[in-house]
Design a protein around this ligand. Structure first.
Ligand code: AMP
Ligand code: MG
Length: 345
């Protein structure tokens, strides 16, 4: 997950009273921002318990940071990674997320792989000490990158990593966090909320005026958006090579690694946005489909049909799944082509 030590425990809270037109009810809006899980997090909540829910949001993200960070000293993942070659016993959160990641990895033939960490580290993405590893180094690290290097003791939530194997939850933890927050909002009868953990958004309910949330899809090649969609109760999750990368001798290397080659994915895509019901699924999908490229993503979508996607290729052209055709609105003046995906037979 990256640089946990930069966790900044500042939650700026803004409270505002919203009076709904035509009715006398006043609903409090609570807005918070913090830096956690190596990303800027913003939360907007409308509901009577907003203040305590915001506090709980912050505490909860603290807890997850402590469990999932790869770099935070003493985090659960850190301890697990430092003790490869021995059985290690995990918290409920981590054990269930690891099992989800494992299953998902199998369903994508390893395009998504939580054991990718030795490669992420070798390319310098954990500490921003970027470098291009030698072919020999990559080949040797690839033997560690394989979910079959992880064994489980289900009864005791035990995990065994082969010596040298290490886990990275950077491609899944924020989506999981989104789901956990949404469940907590539901329990606390939050009316409506918009949470954004970096590229991981969840639009909970409708906007307070009864309309749908408008979510912009970022232009990977500049500021602003390529277009927008309108949603309610959906995760909208983006992975893009523009989100973290370095350039060396004219070549650009992104943090999205193809675990099958050991190199940053060079799949012809610049970003993938997934729209679905579950944050964890959307987070895994956006990472995996970016790595797989457009053609394999279309095949995956055709097979699964339980999500929608917006794919932007390196030419700036946009491909959307049929379920988004009626909601996707291209930004005014955007130059790329827009195409609705059809399936070849
Ligand atoms: P995301 O922004 O969700 O796409 O996650 C990107 C992060 O996931 C990277 O910064 C790495 O920590 C990790 N990662 C990179 N490549 C992969 C991969 N192929 N499978 C799983 N995790 C990955
Ligand atoms: Mg992801």
């Amino acid at each position: 997950m990256g640089i946990g030590s930069r966790f900044l425990c500042v939650l700026l809270v803004l409270v505002q009273l919203t009076t709904l037109s035509g009715c006398s009810t006043e609903i409090e809006e609570h807005t918070g921002e913090l830096f956690a899980m190596n990303t800027l997090i913003s939360v907007q909540i409308w509901g009577s318990e907003g203040k305590s829910v915001l506090r709980e949001t912050e505490n909860y993200l603290y807890t997850l940071e402590q469990e999932f960070s790869t770099t935070r000293n003493g985090s659960e993942v850190n301890l697990l990674n430092d003790n490869s070659g021995e059985w290690h016993y995990l918290s409920d959160h981590l054990f269930s997320v690891l099992q989800y990641a494992h299953m998902f990895s199998l369903s994508t033939q390893g395009a998504f792989d939580p054991t990718v960490y030795p490669l992420v580290k070798a390319w310098g993405f954990t500490q921003e000490n970027y470098r291009v590893p030698s072919e020999e180094e990559i080949q040797s690290l690839l033997t560690l990158v394989d979910v079959n290097n992880v064994s489980y003791d289900d009864e005791n939530q035990g995990v065994f990593l082969v010596e040298g194997a290490e886990l990275d939850f950077g491609g899944i933890a924020k989506g999981y966090a989104v789901d956990q927050l949404v469940a907590m909002y539901r329990e606390n009868k939050v009316e409506t909320a918009l949470v954004s953990l970096g590229g991981n958004i969840y639009a909970y309910g409708k906007k307070i005026d009864g309309s749908l949330w408008t979510i912009g899809v970022q232009n990977p090649y500049g500021g602003g958006s390529v277009g927008s969609i309108q949603v309610e109760n959906k995760a909208v999750i983006t992975s893009g090579s523009y989100q973290r990368f370095f350039t060396l001798e004219g070549n650009t290397y992104s943090h999205l690694i193809d675990p099958r080659t050991g190199y940053p994915a060079d799949s012809g895509l610049a970003s993938v946005t997934i729209v679905c019901d579950s944050g964890i699924y959307g987070d895994c999908l956006s990472t995996a489909l970016f790595v797989m490229g457009l053609e394999d993503s279309i095949a995956y979508h055709q097979e699964h049909q339980d999500f929608d996607g917006i794919f932007i290729d390196t030419q700036g052209d946009i491909y959307i799944t049929p379920g988004l055709e009626s909601t996707f609105v291209l930004a005014k003046g955007y130059q790329g082509n827009l195409q609705v995906i059809t399936y070849g037979n």
